[in-house]
Design a protein around this ligand. Sequence first.
Ligand SMILES: Nc1ncnc2c1ncn2[C@@H]1O[C@H](COP(=O)(O)OP(=O)(O)OP(=O)(O)O)[C@@H](O)[C@H]1O
Ligand SMILES: [Mg+2]
Length: 262
Amino acid sequence: MEVGQVIIEAKNLKKTFGNIHALDGVSVEIPEGITLVLGPNGGGKSTFLKLATGVYRPSAGEIRVFGENPWNNWRVKKRFGVAYDPPAFPQFTTGREWLTLFAESKGFGGEEVERVAELFDVRSFLDERITGYSSGMLKRLSLTQAFIGKPELIFLDEPLANIDFESMGRVIEVIDGMGKTNFVIISHIWEPLMPIVDWVVVIGNGKVVLSGKAEEVQEDVEKLFKPRVRRGGRKAPSSPGQEGWQTPGGDKPPEAGTSATE
Ligand SMILES: Nc1ncnc2c1ncn2[C@@H]1O[C@H](COP(=O)(O)OP(=O)(O)OP(=O)(O)O)[C@@H](O)[C@H]1O
Ligand SMILES: [Mg+2]
């Protein structure tokens, strides 16, 4: 695809918490489409998302969303939806009460709650209190909330975390099926998302490590983020009866029916 219009722009963006430099001079342009944000734990991804959604105020530098500063700016905030990670909700309301309240704050009614409740199939538990939700149910409720009112931009922090295998495919299909909606998605589970992603930004150690078209950076992403696991430490077990069988004091597998104390 052609690189579209820039919708998010950061210039020398910094955020510090005490002496922690969560973001240490991020300059990046995010075009319309679906953008995947990757990077190691503690690298600054969620901090970037909170700056972009106007929850945090930059310590220095600037961030613009649709050309405007999102901090304390309802004109911009009305144009996007967001699901933070971990999800946070008031405890003693039901899912439906919460979604309805949220929809109303954006100028929508009960029909919109009905519509979004279908997306991630939250209807079966929507009338229960949020206090009793499992982590997967919380995640699905927070995803649902982000889609209220069909915003033109949706931020999702770890949309696949705690989601069971079957529902994961559904989440990706919903994102893919949103047509012209723009997405900024932070996800450690990136491989199943790659086919629908247009742009990739890698943030590590408070800085932008990589930013580019998905098809052009795919190889670098694989090098950086494909888990490499080498077995060591313990011997790989082989099937019982084979030469690798490890029993203290003997090189033969125990025979059926024999007890440990002979
Ligand atoms: N509210 C906060 N107060 C203090 N430190 C914070 C706060 N938010 C983030 N940090 C620190 O800023 C750094 C970046 O954190 P951030 O949550 O942005 O990382 P991340 O890339 O989202 O990591 P993860 O993959 O683990 O979610 C970390 O060192 C973190 O401890
Ligand atoms: Mg994070």
